[in-house]
Ligand binder design. Structure first.
Ligand code: NAX
Length: 330
């Protein structure tokens, strides 16, 4: 392989999402089958042995694109020279914990990691935040970006998009590949809005193919919004392989421009498009205009239902930003 290796950092490297994600990165699913990768596995000190065990297994896969690993608990070392940073590790919500406390505890992690990325990563680093609450964690990390570009800090709603595709395909008796242009608006939380009004199935508008409007407005939206909880109830654990798959999809689409349809969903730092307050990390339909370049899709006509739903998710994000306002001011 003639290309120089790309360095990809993954935090939460000993966790369950990483256990699916790291193998797919090493095998070339993230950046291409001709692109060697060096993995930077970052976790807390008590979990480094587990991360080393994962490295042993990756070695044992003998992937042609795997060019080595760094395992560390030190963010400066972990983000050193990395081209892509996948921030998966986060503090989970404990019993009885308030959402504001969760935001603040995670805020500390993402300030530290944001600083370490800004000081140590490649100046053109691309960041994807998966660890929840991912939009606001991303907002906090992006607020530390001085040398790096805040536009390159994104959060993951591709899993929500993929879940919406799955639901629509099932209902229409179609294949997932037939569903195009469904985008998630807002927060990765139960307030997100999967905008089916612009989406198509087999080239026809979703609303023409699925004429049961009550289902679209009701069960479809709420199922996508609450799919994470449905998986936990059934599996006893949160989504892992599907989350890893969505992280691969997010970065692969961004890096290559390959998206299923005209655009994909990414939570990005808002530039004020569609009246969303500037600076919020908000999921929009985005077009990949060139490798590693995105633009928020403009000119979508949002009807009353969509506007009302988007207001709810925007207000939630404003509340989250308010809860961490001292952190992002500093
Ligand atoms: P796990 O609990 O299995 O793993 C988390 C790992 O992160 C642990 O190994 C832990 O030691 C590590 N960690 C914690 N703090 C860290 C820090 N400061 N630096 C480095 N590592 C740290 O969780 P997992 O199931 O892998 O989920 C990870 C995160 O993804 C959670 O926050 C979860 O809520 C979030 N999710 C986000 C999704 C999305 O669509 N955006 C969907 C899936 C998932 O729920």
């Amino acid at each position: 392989m003639s290309k120089p290796p790309v360095r990809v950092a993954v935090t939460g490297a000993a966790g369950q999402i990483a256990y699916s994600l790291l193998f797919r990165i090493a095998s070339g699913d993230l950046l291409g089958k001709d692109q060697p990768v060096i993995l930077h596995l970052i976790d807390l000190p008590p979990f480094l042995d587990a991360a080393r065990g994962v490295v042993m297994e990756i070695e044992d896969c003998a992937f042609p694109t795997y060019a080595g690993s760094v395992v560390t608990a030190d963010p400066a070392e972990g983000f050193g020279d990395v081209n892509v940073a996948l921030l998966v590790g986060a503090k989970p919500r404990g019993p009885g914990m308030e959402r504001a406390d969760l935001l603040k505890d995670n805020g500390k992690i993402f300030i530290e990691q944001g600083d370490a990325i800004d000081k140590n990563a490649h100046p053109d680093v691309k960041v994807l935040v998966v660890g929840n609450p991912c939009n606001t964690n991303c907002l906090i990390a992006a607020s530390r970006a001085k040398r790096t570009n805040p536009r390159n800090y994104t959060a993951m709603t591709r899993l929500d998009q993929n879940r919406a595709v799955g639901q629509l395909a099932n209902r229409a008796g179609a294949m997932p590949g037939d569903v195009r242009n469904i985008a998630i608006w807002g927060n990765h939380s139960p307030t997100m809005f999967p905008n089916y009004y612009e989406a198509t199935i087999g080239g026809k508008m979703v609303t023409e193919v699925i004429t049961d409007e009550a289902w679209l407005k009701g069960d479809f939206i709420s199922r996508v919004q609450k799919r994470g909880a449905e998986v936990i109830n059934a599996r006893g654990k949160s989504s892992a392989a599907s989350a890893a798959n969505a992280a691969i999809d997010h970065i692969y689409s961004w890096a290559t421009g390959s998206v299923p349809g005209d655009y994909t969903s990414m939570a990005v730092v808002s530039d004020g498009s569609y009246g969303i307050p500037e600076g919020l990390v908000f999921s929009y339909p985005v077009k990949i205009t060139a490798p590693w370049q995105y633009e928020i899709v403009q000119g979508q006509q949002l009807n009353e239902h969509a506007l009302a739903a988007i207001k709810v998710t925007t207000d939630e994000l404003l509340g989250e930003r308010d809860a961490v306002k001292e952190m992002i001011a500093g």
